[in-house]
Design a protein around this ligand. Structure first.
Ligand code: SF4
Ligand code: SF4
Length: 81
């Protein structure tokens, strides 16, 4: 399946994902939550890991570039690349 078709069929996938193995939010990190201008990211109180709370991403990237452990991955849609 092409990337474009995947974006249509799997649109419910969050564009920003967090590798919970790498995320150190349980040690107090809130960098990605703080840098997102849209307040889209939050710390899950149950898992103590960051996650995408609202899917309205602007693909501005600081969440990925500023994360100290490289846990954040922004999946820029095919049409914006
Ligand atoms: S910046 Fe990285 S390590 Fe910190 S809370 Fe966000 S995902 Fe976790
Ligand atoms: S790319 Fe920008 S808008 Fe999207 S989650 Fe990261 S900081 Fe927020």
């Amino acid at each position: 399946m092409s990337q474009q078709a995947q974006n249509i069929f799997f649109r419910s996938n969050a564009p920003v994902t967090v590798d919970e193995e790498k995320c150190i939010a349980h040690k107090g990190c809130t960098v990605c939550v703080d840098v997102c201008p849209m307040d889209l990211l939050a710390i899950n109180p149950v898992t103590q890991k960051a996650f995408m709370q609202y899917d309205e991403c602007w693909y501005c990237m600081p969440c990925e570039t500023d994360c100290p452990t490289g846990a954040v991955k922004v999946d820029i849609p095919y049409l914006l690349r």
